[in-house]
Write a protein that binds this ligand. Structure first.
Ligand code: CAA
Length: 256
């Protein structure tokens, strides 16, 4: 049987490929488990500086696996806390880039939003079409999409179930960059290598600070940022980064 995900390491970057192309990478329990369990040790590895998550050319992921869910009862969904394993992926501390080509629908869009940065191919289509199935987003879409694009656009997408293209997704702030499809991985890897080249304590702190801004008041967020900023002065990477600037040389970060 094919592996649900393919994990490749390129130096300090880990490329994760969702591997159900014939099913448009529909996110079944095997993929969900593999993402939480196989990637956890890599997340903790100080030698890993960035993940890049991709699907196929046609589909990043067309959502949770509808065929797997169709006959489930409320008690099965509730007692299994279905989708809870995705929270483990979302909570990884290593920076994650989603390289989205083709469809990112339902859970696919939600999975992209669990990443820190979304790069979209010009072929990408985003949407939360769960309403058409008689349900609503269940992997965080109603919360993350609203924080990222605002109430009106989130309501538009979630209530109508329509798709939006990459240009609209960039305009509304969901994606960081739109890239020609044949250059998507090249650009994503370039950004991943840049991020992975910095000290991992600093990149971890940076993403924690930005994430926190989505959760707390401005005053609390600024205090959180300042304390993290202060704490980085306990790291060797801060000494190295600032010394290298003063000495006009490239820094050698160690993640310590
Ligand atoms: N679950 C299960 N199977 C899926 C799937 C999904 N989400 N999306 C696609 N597939 C399967 C199709 O059933 C089909 O399988 P068969 O070959 O066995 O018939 C195969 O993938 C190819 O699909 P299509 O022939 O439909 O491919 P297409 O290129 O013509 O269309 C698509 C692609 C527009 C993405 C279309 O497949 C589609 O609309 N998929 C469903 C999208 C959707 O509703 N997503 C939300 C799911 S619910 C959810 O995600 C809940 C949540 O919040 C987590």
């Amino acid at each position: 049987m094919d592996k649900p995900i393919i994990v490749e390491r390129q130096g300090r970057v880990v490329i994760v490929t969702l591997n159900r192309p014939a099913a448009r990478n529909a996110l079944n329990s095997e993929i969900m488990r593999a993402m939480a369990e196989e990637l956890a040790p890599l997340d903790r590895d100080t030698g890993v500086g960035c993940f890049v998550l991709r699907g196929s050319d046609k589909a990043f992921a067309a959502g949770a696996d509808i065929k797997e869910m169709a006959d489930k009862s409320f008690s099965e969904m509730y007692n299994d806390d279905f989708f809870a394993a995705w929270d483990r992926f979302a909570a990884f501390r290593t920076p994650k880039i989603a390289a989205v080509s083709g469809y990112a629908l339902g859970g696919g869009c939600e999975l992209a939003m669990m990443c820190d940065i979304i790069f979209a191919a010009d072929t990408a289509m985003f949407g939360q079409p769960e309403i058409k199935l008689g349900v609503i987003p269940g992997m965080g879409g109603s919360q993350r999409l609203t924080r990222l694009v605002g109430k009106s656009k989130a309501m538009d997408l979630i209530l109508t179930g329509r798709m939006m293209d990459a240009a609209e997704a960039e305009r509304c702030g969901l994606v960081a960059r739109v890239i020609p499809a044949d250059k998507l991985m090249e650009e994503a890897l370039k950004a991943a290598e840049t991020i992975a080249g910095y000290g991992k304590m600093a990149t971890t702190a940076a993403r924690e600070a930005v994430e926190r801004s989505l959760e707390v008041s401005l005053r609390e967020g600024i205090l959180f940022e300042r304390r993290l900023f202060h704490s980085l002065f306990a790291t060797a990477d801060q000494k190295e980064g600032m010394a290298a600037f003063v000495e006009k040389r490239s820094p050698q970060f160690k993640g310590e």
